[in-house]
Design a protein around this ligand. Structure first.
Ligand SMILES: Cc1cc2nc3c(=O)[nH]c(=O)nc-3n(C[C@H](O)[C@H](O)[C@H](O)COP(=O)(O)O)c2cc1C
Length: 197
């Protein structure tokens, strides 16, 4: 078993769940020369498009940037802390953006929730098709807003690194390698259930 064996990283679930859900995880080591699998990327975006949303308002928007493009560099430059060390190896950096007001300027109360659902669908479809996805909140949203000329109507919420898994040992330093192989843990289900009548 190597430490980047995805089977070894699978969730230790209390009850069996769908294999794609169980085997999904968020790596930091991506193949730095592998281009994105365009069919898989298109499928992941299609899955996001078909996510549920409040009153079918569909507020999820995406900035898709392939490695080597100017857009990719702009997004990579916005990353903070350790994210800026590892995420540049991804094949794609994708900014998940919520369109938080409607055409009349009225707030969309569930826009961020809906965007999260779209990203969940994106992530699971991508994982099903052999890609790995690592979402990040650690980026400068104002820098992304400026770089892509986004108005106040749009709120960049996360950047996702998308690509092909690489060995943990390819990471830049021991801290990142340790994180890549650290045990994956969750709260017990009982802690999540505020009521279970
Ligand atoms: C909204 C959001 C923000 C996150 N921000 C970061 C981040 O800035 N850097 C990072 O390395 N991981 C980030 N993550 C990844 C989480 O740390 C990760 O999903 C969590 O530790 C569970 O690990 P798993 O995805 O491998 O199950 C973020 C995930 C989400 C959903």
């Amino acid at each position: 078993m190597t430490i980047t064996d995805t089977a070894a990283r699978a969730a230790d679930t209390a009850t069996p769940i769908h294999p794609t859900l169980a085997s999904r995880w968020s790596p930091r080591s991506f193949e730095a020369t592998t281009p994105i699998d365009e069919v898989a990327l298109a499928a992941a975006l299609e899955a996001a498009r078909w996510a549920p949303s409040a009153a079918n308002t569909q507020p999820a928007r995406f900035i898709v940037a392939r490695r080597g493009s100017e857009a990719f560099s702009k997004i990579a430059d916005s990353l903070m802390g350790f994210n800026s060390v590892w995420a540049g190896s991804a094949s794609v950096l994708l900014v998940a953006v919520a369109e938080v007001t409607d055409d009349e300027g009225q707030p969309r109360r569930w826009a961020e929730y809906d965007l999260g659902q779209a990203m969940a669908s994106f992530t699971f479809q991508a994982h099903h098709d052999g890609l790995h996805v690592h979402q990040m909140g650690g980026f400068d949203a104002d820098a992304v807003r400026t770089a892509f000329g986004l108005s106040e109507r749009y709120v960049p919420l996360t950047v996702a690194a998308v690509g092909t898994l690489a060995p943990a040992e390819a990471l830049a330093n021991e801290t990142l390698i340790a994180r890549e192989s650290a045990p994956r843990t969750r709260l017990p289900l009982a802690d999540l259930l505020l009521a279970d009548a």
